[in-house]
Design a protein around this ligand. Structure first.
Ligand code: 13P
Length: 251
């Protein structure tokens, strides 16, 4: 059975004291009763601290927001997947639309990062999603198919089992405009069918597919009640402990 997951992507936010309070509050408010895997994704500089703070909390895992496409060596300013593994990080977010658009990451770059993550025993939250023009022109399914076919659908079965997929429509990220549960379910079902066509139903039924894009306590219950939506990748609302834990508890 696939996992229910709620992940908080803190992006480039919070100072050290704010991180300390946010983690303490999330751990205080979060109960592991509903069997949801919680993932916290702070900026690189706070990863070690957050890993240590969450060490005794079985249902809480840590993700970095990026990693280098290189192994190690003379790459000033980069952070390798092996370094992340060595401090106890569990996941890497790869393919976020902000990395694709602001930092020009191509599928080729993403594939190198996927290789680094897998070689270093890290799981991956792999993001995909269309922009507003692609949604309005009706080509969104083709866009998502291509994003996945050129990356994670090239992996073997064993590697695919290390991947959580996040569908994040770009027009819904940070805009307050959420995909409706019907719109999101359509894409999640489509993504699951693509996995099933390539790897079979057992693997596709075991792959968690998260929704991201203005997900908040007021819409998470409705979104998570859809049969192919297994949780969320939360941006803004993950910075407030009460909102984030309310989203976790909306399963
Ligand atoms: P928001 O929840 O702020 O829309 O961000 C979503 C996101 O990009 C998570 O990775």
């Amino acid at each position: 059975m696939r996992k229910k997951i709620v992940a908080g992507n803190w992006k480039m936010n919070l100072n050290y004291d704010e991180v300390t309070s946010l983690v303490d509050e999330i751990l205080r408010l979060h109960s592991s009763d509903n069997n949801v895997e919680v993932i916290l994704s702070p900026p690189f500089i706070y990863l070690d601290k957050v890993v240590r703070s969450c060490a005794n909390h079985d249902h809480v895992f840590i993700a970095s927001q990026n990693c280098s496409e290189y192994n190690n060596g003379a790459y000033t300013g980069e952070i390798s997947a092996s370094m992340l593994n060595s401090i106890g990080v569990n996941y890497i977010i790869i393919g976020h639309s902000e990395r694709r658009s602001i930092f020009n990451e191509s599928n080729e770059n993403l594939n190198l990062k996927i290789t680094q993550a897998l070689q270093n025993n890290l799981k991956i939250i792999f993001c995909c999603g269309e922009n507003i023009d692609q949604r309005e022109s009706g080509e969104y399914l083709q866009v998502i198919k291509k994003q996945l076919e050129e990356t994670i659908l090239c992996l073997d079965q064993k590697s695919l089992s290390k991947i959580v997929i996040a569908y994040e429509p770009i027009w819904a990220i940070g805009t307050g405009k959420t995909a409706s549960s019907v719109q999101a379910q359509e894409i999640h079902f489509f993504i699951r069918s693509l996995i099933s066509d390539k790897f079979g139903t057992e693997i596709s039924n075991n792959t968690s597919i998260l929704y991201g894009g203005s997900c908040k306590p007021t819409n998470s219950k409705e979104l998570f009640s859809q049969s192919d939506i297994d949780g969320g990748l939360i941006g803004g609302a993950s910075l407030k402990s009460s909102d984030f834990t309310a989203i976790i508890n909306s399963f």
